[in-house]
Ligand binder design. Structure first.
Ligand code: GLN
Length: 202
């Protein structure tokens, strides 16, 4: 069995659920996932794929900078290696979060509005049509950011209420919602593998 070394940024936020989702997606491809929890510099360069989970974007960005992990993530993307950035991870990955407390990594050519959905409703689940998936994805939104502007090279994978909530920019996939909070690992499949293999349970 091949091994996929998957780094989950673990300075703060939800780690275990993402590790489980990566393992399920990898398994469908006959690949073993070696999960590396990243809290310090020096580990990212050995990872094949990276995951930037939700949590609190101000804290995550500060810790990435303090630990010197920020530049390593940018180098990973420059090498065209896949990243899945979810919720607060998407905020940190963006070009601009319109908030001085978040040092964005600018690996995903979009601007975001933190907590935009949260102002209306704190959290909700919605069936989402996602490009490339043949049935709706159960998307869980928790104080989710709104993606409001993107460069032309950014592909919109899903919209909710007229706004993009899942996008792809080269090797980076970003979602406003939390794809790790359901048993459905198709978003991880979509981000990390070229051919989709994960089946949805009926
Ligand atoms: N609103 C949070 C932030 O700005 C993100 C919420 C989440 O990741 N669930 O960082």
């Amino acid at each position: 069995m091949d091994t996929l070394r998957a780094g989950v940024i673990a300075v703060q936020g939800d780690v275990t659920e993402h590790a489980d989702a990566i393992e399920r997606a990898a398994d469908a491809h006959g690949v073993d996932a070696d999960i590396v929890e990243i809290r310090s510099a020096g580990l990212v360069p050995d990872c094949d794929v990276l995951l930037m989970p939700g949590g609190e974007s101000t804290t995550i960005s500060r810790l990435l900078e303090r630990e010197g992990i920020d530049g390593e993530i940018q180098a990973h993307v420059a090498a065209e290696k896949p990243v899945l950035a979810t919720c607060a991870g998407l905020i940190v990955a963006s070009q601009d979060a319109k908030d001085d407390r978040v040092q964005t990594l600018d690996i995903l050519d979009v601007t975001v509005d933190r907590n935009a959905f949260g102002r209306q409703v704190d959290s909700f689940e919605a069936p989402l049509d996602v490009a490339g998936l043949d049935s709706p994805f159960p998307a869980v939104f928790i104080r989710a950011p709104l993606i409001d502007e993107g460069d032309d090279d950014v592909e919109v994978l899903a919209e909710w209420d007229g706004n993009p909530v899942a996008v792809r920019d080269g090797p980076v996939v970003g979602t406003s919602f939390h794809p790790e909070l359901t048993a459905d690992s198709r978003i991880h499949d979509l981000a990390f593998f070229d051919e989709l293999e994960v089946e949805v349970e009926a």
